[in-house]
Design a protein around this ligand. Structure first.
Ligand code: PMP
Length: 300
């Protein structure tokens, strides 16, 4: 059976799923989205993704056509219709169909799309041997230009960084703030470890407040590994004992090279390995059940 996609309340075959060329999501990147994963029949941290989606909608003054409950149901129903227990789910809400001017008041109502599929962000070997990265010359926008905390359909800034990684022949690009502090990657948050302490940039710096990032901070607390949110520079990355990236698509990816410098001995670090193991256990045992039978087996 081919995959089906939710488009404004209807389930349509993946290849036939389409929206208007006058949709402002296409014309202006005017919209928001989420990237969610399901593992073992459960949608991981679904409520946090719904929080972020509705917070993003509020900031861009997008009138959500579905309530939070309806959106949750639509996401779970999309997984059920595709009979997926392990999946990547991409809900999108655009400003909807308007005219060729950018004024959002011309919109006739938001468009809702929910795609359920699979994703493989980096090659499998990169999780074993580690990721190679460069620092992008493209800076993250300042929070008062386009706040990176809004998960908007404007991803060209990240795509520019991704192109730099491609041109350099590496797996990912690290992005700095306008002031030159380490911010995040094209689609992941960044962590370094110094003397057994985990560091990650704070949300106010202009990062996307990643849900995987939050899970890693929770796991660090459970494992009694000290973790702090702090501002740091590339020097702190080059001299780190370990470095890793987190994201829903990426999960936890060890970084072994940054701008031609090996991180420590150039192999994935031991604490990173412990976090990866704990993360895999966490995603399998927690999350919102997709199928009713799952709900009877255990809680969320
Ligand atoms: N930063 C950016 C720019 C992203 O696109 C993503 C992926 N959504 C992340 C960080 C990681 O966030 P999350 O763990 O919620 O997927």
């Amino acid at each position: 059976m081919g995959l089906v996609t939710y488009v404004n309340g209807a389930f349509v075959p993946k290849d036939g799923a389409s929206i208007s060329v006058y949709d402002h999501g296409l014309l202006y990147g005017d919209g928001i989205f989420e990237g969610i994963r399901a593992y073992n029949g459960r949608a991981f941290r679904l409520e946090e993704h719904l929080d972020r989606l509705f917070d993003s909608a509020k900031t861009i003054m997008l009138q959500m056509p579905l309530s939070r409950e309806q959106m949750r149901d639509a996401i779970l129903e999309t997984l059920r219709r595709n009979d997926l227990r392990d999946a990547y789910i991409r809900p999108l809400v655009t400003r909807g169909v308007g005219d060729l001017g950018l004024d959002p008041r011309r919109s006739k109502g938001a468009t809702v799309i929910i795609i359920a599929d699979t994703i493989q962000l980096y090659p499998k070997e990169a999780y074993v041997n580690g990721l190679r990265t460069v620092t992008a010359t493209t800076r993250k926008p300042r929070p008062d230009a386009l706040n990176p905390r809004v998960k908007s359909l404007n991803y060209l800034n990240s795509i520019m960084a991704r192109i730099e990684a491609n041109q350099a022949g590496v797996d990912e690009a690290i992005m700095l703030t306008a002031d030159g502090y380490v911010c995040e990657c094209s689609a992941d948050n960044i962590f370094v470890i110094h003397d057994g302490q985990i560091w990650t940039p704070p949300p106010f710096l202009g990062i996307l407040a990643g849900i995987t990032r939050g899970a890693v901070l929770d796991l660090a607390r459970d494992l009694e590994i000290p973790a702090v949110e702090r501002v740091f520079t590339l020097h702190d990355v080059y001299s780190a004992d370990e470095c890793f990236l987190t994201g829903t698509g990426a999960e936890i990816g060890p970084v072994v090279e940054v701008d031609g410098r090996a991180i420590a001995d150039g192999r994935p670090g031991a604490l990173t390995g412990r976090l990866i193991e704990a993360f895999h256990a966490l995603v399998r045992r927690t999350g919102t059940p997709i199928f009713p039978t799952e709900a009877r087996v255990g809680g969320a």
